[in-house]
Write a protein that binds this ligand. Structure first.
Ligand code: C5P
Length: 316
């Protein structure tokens, strides 16, 4: 192979005047959930890691605001103004005196839908960054993060990427140092789980117990810093896991299959139902993925490594 090879994104034909943004999925390596707050949310210590499964969001000037979605699970994604991508365009337009956010937003979807991997949040952050570039609003990072927080608890992290500790309901971010690349296998499930339903089930399962203040684990942060997958495997936790398994008991078999396949650790990703398995290296991840697929306990298994960058303009 000689000379310059344009990336696949650059080779793709682009409608004139459009902007495309690539946004990653996330896995929560620690999700510590506090007691319910008066506003219905829960205080969290939420350690996010962005991983290399991406959606691509393209915005193009149009007569009116509309959303289309492509990809295997496209039919599961709302294609109206309830989609976080449409809401992102509306919020940015309202703040900058743009009377009509007339754009066609196209989402090329690869992140599992309603899978606990922040796919909807990714599309919100992607559309926001793309519209910002298209309209040249001049919004600074702080304003974009503010709009992200208004869109949803996980949306600011989709913009920022890398690794971060999320406090509050997950939207107050502190970037974290990561000393290496972690290799993951994601076992995708049939159908999604509703995030509010999983939080409600978590509250139900813990009713009558005293719930401690959520705190980030010092061991876990140290493992991220050193890039040691064995140390990280010993420290990963998810307080929503019992609730996700209670609502979807078949996840227990998926978690057992990943352990039997040699994963260093397995946990439900966020509110599920995707299960995330940490592997020693890329070769081990490929073996775990093959074994999980053969086990029949998941719809599909995908490998992805992290940390990766947050929302990034790739064309425009
Ligand atoms: O912030 P977002 O809209 O993504 O949250 C979806 C739902 O998840 C909330 O309505 C709430 O039920 C639950 N949630 C929560 N505590 C958080 C984040 C989300 O209870 N920190």
């Amino acid at each position: 192979m000689t000379g310059y090879e344009p990336s696949p994104a650059l080779r793709r034909p682009q409608p004139a005047g459009s902007v495309t943004v690539r946004v990653p999925a996330k896995v929560n390596v620690q999700l510590a959930v506090g007691a319910p707050r008066p506003d219905g949310f829960h205080d969290l210590a939420n350690v996010f890691l962005a991983v290399g499964l991406h959606d691509e969001v393209t915005v193009t000037p149009a007569d009116t605001l509309r959303v289309t979605v492509s990809g295997p699970d496209a039919h599961l994604v709302p294609q109206d103004r309830t989609n976080l991508a449409a809401r992102a365009a509306e919020l940015l337009a309202a703040r900058h005196g743009i009377a009509d956010p007339a754009v066609h937003i196209h989402i090329a979807k690869d992140i599992p839908v309603a899978g606990g991997m922040a796919g909807g949040s990714a599309d919100g952050a992607g559309a926001l960054l793309a519209c910002d570039a298209l309209w040249e609003t001049g919004a600074d990072r702080a304003e974009l993060l503010d709009i992200c927080a208004e869109l949803g608890s996980d949306v600011p992290f989709s913009l920022v990427g890398g690794a971060a500790l999320g406090r509050g309901r997950g939207e107050i971010l502190t970037p974290l140092d990561v000393g290496g690349t972690f290799h993951w296998v994601f076992a995708l499930a049939d159908g999604g789980l509703s995030t509010p339903a999983v939080y409600r089930e978590c509250d139900r399962l813990r009713a009558g117990t005293s719930v401690p203040e959520p705190e980030a684990s010092a061991e876990l942060l140290a493992a991220l810093r050193t890039g040691d997958p064995v140390a990280l495997a010993a420290a990963v936790t998810n307080d929503l896991q019992a609730a996700a398994v209670s609502l979807r008991p078949s996840l227990a078999a998926t978690l057992r299959a990943g352990a039997a396949a040699g994963a260093l650790a397995g946990l439900v990703s966020g509110s599920g139902p995707t299960c995330a398995f940490l592997a020693e290296d890329a070769a081990a991840a490929a073996e775990v993925a093959t074994a999980l697929t053969a086990s029949g306990t998941c719809r599909a298994a995908r490998v992805a490594a992290g940390p990766v960058a947050g929302a990034t303009v790739v064309t425009g």
